[in-house]
Ligand binder design. Structure first.
Ligand code: GDP
Ligand code: MG
Length: 676
């Protein structure tokens, strides 16, 4: 009988499953949240929790765990998930299983089942199975495993209600499962002996005991370390283990893994009826034959990137930008100016609005449509499954510089924003490759730098803009490679971690997840424009309109000019010793877009074209590309480096690298221009 109390209690549910099985998609469906759905491992590194919105009668909270293949405590994802499952005591586990990859996914299921918790299997991606023409006998699966199985499709939102109803009824009944018949008779007997002994030692009868017995059998170091067994107890446990291991002549972890796989095969063989024979080559495999081909892979990667740049910075992107600029400056800006004049507003106030806010923030906002275009295309690549291939392709080249394909994922995120990219390095096992990857990430040109590129190419490189930006991106990658080589052979020399990753089949991207990706970026961008950029624009306007005695003066005599002129000489060798350029670089520490808004405020009236040449504009862009990232990124770097020394090294190294590279570009460029 249920009491009122249990009815009112919060039900905590965790989503556990392999990477890419659709956990985050289901989480978003359940909670109505807009978490990042990614078609590659490493996207969800931390767990997050939300309330189920569709089931109003009860308070159900779900937690999205990072994807894992097993519960062994090796990678950070495995540790987070395992600790949550073991110690946070969730009420119900939803084990998401990719139905199109049943064998591999059930491996984790067998381990989860040993936790002896109420559990339900959400058999996801049923739409794919159906499309392939395969049939899964859900009833058989349920009977064999002893775990309820609910077929769903997270992305199409089918079966979700049944799933939640099952969760509630499982919770109310408090039933949990242990799959009994996984192991051979011999292993099972040994496990029971260990379990009994453990019960005796611990003087308890808790449901974790079987799980602990299996972990002890496997030689799981965390479990062995956790219980302070006496020498005699250890010997007795080992005696039971050795009886089996010696007779089978392999290591114990292998025996368990092997028996789990055998069990899974026997179950799936009967549960799944395939339309295609096992050796059938799918379209996905055929595409991969070309895209991950040894010789073609890297050229294809660069061609795809080039096409994206041509679209973003060529005619289509330029058209979007020009339209937005026309609307913001010509239509909106002029209208505001006329209104302010008609209202007889004081000169300083008019200047604040027109030369400060509209020129600064407005100039950056006008790049928004172009940036959205770029993000839409990158999301398409990500959603379709290409990005996983890119990480796979890049594994080999990255090995040469002492990293693995795993480091490619954070680096790729770096093209969007350094902050999440730095956080994503949590998937890397050792601190050395982590520190090295963090040092490289800022060289991956983040999207905030784009308005600066766009501003300058619109003045100097009109129709060749896409080539200039492509060159800048390649330069960033080159700088990253050189840095890796430098540090790999010196301070951060370390062991290479093996890289295992699966290639998910290609997906046709859904409009919904595309919209989530792009809308999220847009929101971030607008928030930044409304806060940091607006503030910086007003501050810059103020500093350039007044001198130190707060008299309104011409920009050349302002406070800002005095500060700028103090720094500027350092940049003379780079070709941009103008005080306004130096000041803009300073504001870039707050946010990179600020460089563009500052330039727009400061050069209002005097054209940028009079100060820069195409060459010095390019060397300026090189500096922007390489120098220290913004303050938000720096704090993320500091947090993840876990060392003040390494944070300082990173900052100094980046400023110096930027200065050196842009000085080289300018000096060598000048030499060449003089020769021809
Ligand atoms: P996670 O790594 O487990 O969090 O997986 P995600 O939620 O990020 O999903 C991985 C990919 O699978 C995404 O491209 C989703 O759009 C896709 N996906 C998720 N559920 C389904 C489904 O039921 N059917 C199909 N066809 N695709 C799905
Ligand atoms: Mg996820």
């Amino acid at each position: 009988m249920q009491t009122k109390q249990t009815q009112n209690k919060i039900i905590s549910v965790v989503l556990a499953g392999n990477p890419n099985c659709g956990k985050t998609t289901l989480f978003n469906q359940l909670t109505g949240s807009k978490q990042y759905v990614g078609n590659r491992p490493g996207v969800t590194v931390e767990k997050r929790t939300g309330k189920v919105r569709s089931f109003l009668e009860r308070d159900i909270y779900v937690t999205d765990l990072p994807g894992i293949y097993s519960l062994s405590p090796y990678t950070p994802e495995e540790i987070i998930s395992r600790n949550c499952l073991l110690y946070d005591e969730p009420d119900v586990i939803i084990n998401i299983v990719d139905a199109s990859n049943l064998e591999r996914n059930l491996y984790l299921t067998t381990q989860l089942a040993e936790l002896a918790k109420p559990m339900v299997i959400a058999l996801n991606m049923c739409d794919i199975v159906e499309k392939k023409g395969d049939i899964i006998d859900v009833g058989y699966l349920e009977r064999q495993l002893g775990i309820p199985v609910i077929p769903i499709s997270a992305s199409r939102n089918t079966g979700i209600d049944q799933l939640i109803e099952k969760v509630v009824s499982l919770y109310d009944s408090g039933k949990y499962i242990i799959v009994k018949n996984i192991y051979s008779h011999e292993v099972d007997r040994s496990l029971r002996e260990i379990e009994n002994l453990f019960k005796e030692i611990q003087q308890n009868n808790n449901t974790h005991n079987r799980w602990t017995a299996i972990k002890l059998f496997e030689g799981d170091s965390v479990t062995w370390g956790h219980y302070k067994f006496t020498k005699a107890q250890k010997e007795r446990i080992n005696m039971y283990i050795n009886k089996v291991c010696a007779s089978k002549n392999t290591d114990c972890e292998m025996i368990i893994a092997d028996e789990r796989y055998k069990y899974i095969c026997s179950v799936t063989q009967k549960a799944v009826t395939r339309k295609q024979p096992a050796d059938f080559i799918s379209i996905s495999d055929k595409i991969d034959g070309i895209i991950t081909n040894r010789i073609l892979a890297i050229p294809i990667f660069f061609i795809i990137m080039l096409v994206i740049f041509i679209i973003t910075f060529g005619a289509p992107g330029t058209f979007l930008r020009d339209s937005a600029q026309y609307l913001i400056t010509d239509v909106f800006g002029n209208a505001i100016e006329r209104i302010l004049t008609a209202l007889n507003t004081a000169n300083w106030a008019k200047s604040l609005v027109v030369d400060g806010i509209i020129a600064g923030t407005g100039s950056v906002i006008s790049f928004l449509p172009q940036i959205m275009l770029l993000f839409t295309m990158l999301s398409l690549l990500e959603e379709s499954g290409y990005m996983s291939r890119a990480a796979f392709i890049m594994d080999k080249p990255l090995q040469y510089i002492g990293l693995s394909g795993k480091a490619f994922v954070p680096m790729l995120l770096g093209f969007g924003c350094t902050v999440p990219a730095v956080l994503a390095t949590r998937t890397l096992e050792n601190i050395k490759s982590k520190r090295m990857t963090i040092m490289l990430i800022p060289f991956m040109s983040c999207s905030a730098k784009m308005p600066v590129y766009m501003l300058l190419i619109s003045y100097f490189f009109a129709d060749k803009g896409f080539l200039v930006v492509f060159a800048i991106y390649l330069l960033g990658i080159t700088a990253a490679i050189l840095t890796a080589l430098l540090f790999n052979n010196t301070a951060l020399k370390g062991k290479k971690a093996p890289f295992v990753m699966e290639l998910p089949p290609y997906h046709i991207p859904t409009l919904k997840s595309l919209k989530i990706h792009v809308a999220e970026r847009m929101k971030d961008f607008m928030i930044k424009a409304g806060t940091i950029l607006l503030g910086a624009s007003i501050l810059i306007w103020f500093l350039q309109s007044f001198d130190f005695s707060f008299k309104m003066v011409s920009p050349d005599e302002s406070m800002l000019a005095i500060i700028g002129k103090f720094i500027a000489p350092v940049f003379s060798v780079c070709g941009f010793g103008d005080w306004r350029a130096s000041v803009s670089l300073l504001t870039g520490i707050a946010a990179k877009e600020s460089v563009a808004s500052t330039l727009s405020v400061l050069y209002n009236g005097t054209s940028i074209a009079n100060t820069f040449t195409p060459l010095s504009a390019f060397s300026f862009l090189v500096f922007i590309l390489l120098y220290t990232p913004c303050i938000a990124a720096l704090s993320a770097i500091h947090k993840e480096m876990k060392s003040a020394k390494w944070t300082a090294v990173t900052i100094i190294y980046q400023i110096f690298a930027a200065w050196l590279a842009s000085a080289l570009v300018f000096q060598v460029g000048t030499l060449i221009l003089n020769l021809i």
